[in-house]
Ligand binder design. Structure first.
Ligand code: ZN
Length: 235
């Protein structure tokens, strides 16, 4: 009995290791023209995200967490906003704070001003309440209220997260000056343009489906992993 439990445990571990190896071996890459440190890594498969089922998982771990890649990513995103008038706050979603800091640094150096006292930008991230809505406590609300806010997100696919962010910023009295993303399916959300380093042109067969209408589920294709802004957990 004990032995069989051990075997089960070992088999589970071996399965999960072979799955991880499989996923890592299957990486594909798209270089960003003009900056060798900006590389989009993705894995084809069947993945569940908080809002949809998708056929590619974008691995943005290095872009978010490695200093050289995060800096390159932030600086490339900044180039799309150099001509902007004023940005007071960068609101970072899905773990984009490090990229946000480099983005703010490049914008400030390039002369993009903020109307904040001391001419410096705020870089912040929202808290979420129990029903998943973004909220800002009283000590953070001054970064949104009456401010020009740039939203920074990793990937924009269904737009659900961004729609919620846009509603929340308006609720707290902020004005959205733009949306920056590493990858975006759509060039805008409502009236607000999304400026992204990678778009559907780079991954023309990228597909996102509601869970009820996922053709991979309908065809009985096994789910590879569950993903969110923190990464993936293979099944
Ligand atoms: Zn599915």
């Amino acid at each position: 009995m004990v032995e069989s439990h051990c075997k089960d445990g070992i088999n589970t571990i071996l399965n999960s290791i072979s799955r991880e190896v499989f996923l890592m071996q299957d990486y594909k890459k798209i270089d960003h023209p003009g900056n060798k440190d900006v590389v989009l890594r993705y894995i084809p498969g069947h993945f569940i995200t908080p809002n949809s089922h998708v056929n590619y998982y974008m691995d943005l771990t290095d872009m978010k967490a490695r200093q050289r890649e995060a800096r390159a990513t932030g600086e490339e995103l900044a180039d799309m906003y150099i001509a902007s008038d004023v940005i007071d706050t960068i609101l970072c979603l899905n773990g984009m704070e490090v990229v946000g800091a480099y983005l703010a640094n490049k914008l400030t150096k390039a002369g993009v001003i903020s109307a904040n006292s001391h001419q410096t930008m705020y870089i912040t991230t929202p808290e979420y309440n129990a029903s998943g809505q973004m909220m800002f406590r009283e000590n953070n609300q001054h970064m949104i209220k009456g401010k020009k806010v740039l939203v920074l997100i990793d990937t924009a696919t269904t737009g659900a997260t961004l729609q919620s962010a846009v509603g929340s910023i308006h609720f707290y009295g902020g004005e959205i000056v733009g949306i920056s993303a590493i990858f975006s399916v759509s060039p805008h959300i409502g009236e607000v343009p999304i400026r992204a380093l990678y778009s559907i042109r780079d991954l023309p067969d990228y597909a996102s489906h509601t869970p009820e209408n996922c053709p991979m589920c309908k065809n009985g294709i096994k789910v590879d992993a569950i993903c969110n802004g923190f990464g993936y957990s293979s099944l």
